[in-house]
Design a protein around this ligand. Structure first.
Ligand SMILES: [Zn+2]
Length: 220
């Protein structure tokens, strides 16, 4: 059961088409797994975005966004997490709106880059790198403690397999953790299953732990 959801203000911005492509991707992925947030998006869509009329528009890559939002029409809500995908054989919980951006054959092909500590990652380029927004899939082995780190701005993490825990609680498949510049956290992956997740962050991570300098280089 999903315990950690996407904040209503993000759902509202998404419904109005004002989130970046990377944030749109993580929202689209979460709402295929979460009926509560999907209903939230539908409610905001019904409001016609009127609540956002006074807010500043966000510049986005419209073709990427249309690609993501266009896919939404075909999304089947799936609270049982068993949506099959053709591309990803090893991981049953990858929504198709997300898997279409991953390497074709398997989630952990050679196209995934290796980081320290057995962590693998795959960057999804949705055209908003220049706006300092990044979407990255992470596969973290069991029981791995990530360096203590803070953020320049917001980070959203959607758990797809396994889970992790940090100072704020535990997160399992479907859960979204949202951190901002006021949080410094030390996540630890699930001791038996590890964690596969989609992370979207704005700005550079500021790693402060033992491996911080290495990870900071990786993020340049
Ligand atoms: Zn939710």
């Amino acid at each position: 059961m999903i315990k950690h959801h996407i904040h209503p203000e993000i759902l509202m911005a998404y419904a109005a088409g004002k989130t970046s492509p990377s944030v749109s991707l993580i929202v689209a992925s979460h709402i295929t797994l979460c009926s509560e947030c999907r209903k939230g998006v539908e409610s905001f869509e019904n409001l016609g975005g009127k609540l956002l009329e006074d807010s500043d528009p966000v510049e986005i890559n419209s073709s990427s966004l249309e690609s993501i939002l266009g896919k939404l029409d075909n999304i089947e809500l799936d609270d049982q997490f068993d949506e099959p995908t053709d591309k990803v054989n090893s991981f049953k919980n990858i929504p198709s709106v997300l898997s279409k951006y991953l390497p074709d054959t398997d989630i952990l092909t050679d196209e995934w880059k290796k980081s320290i500590g057995g962590i693998k990652y795959f960057d999804i380029d949705l055209g908003d790198f220049k706006q300092n927004t990044h979407a990255r899939m992470l596969s973290i082995p069991p029981g791995r403690k990530l360096p203590h780190h803070g953020h320049e701005s917001q980070e959203l993490t959607l758990v797809l397999e396994g889970g992790f825990s940090d100072e704020n609680g535990s997160y399992n498949a479907g859960d979204v953790a949202i951190e901002d510049e006021n949080n410094i956290h030390t996540p630890v992956s699930d001791p038996s299953e590890g964690c596969v997740c989609l992370v979207v962050y704005e700005g550079k991570l500021k790693f402060k732990g033992l491996f911080g300098p290495i990870l900071n280089i990786l993020n340049k």
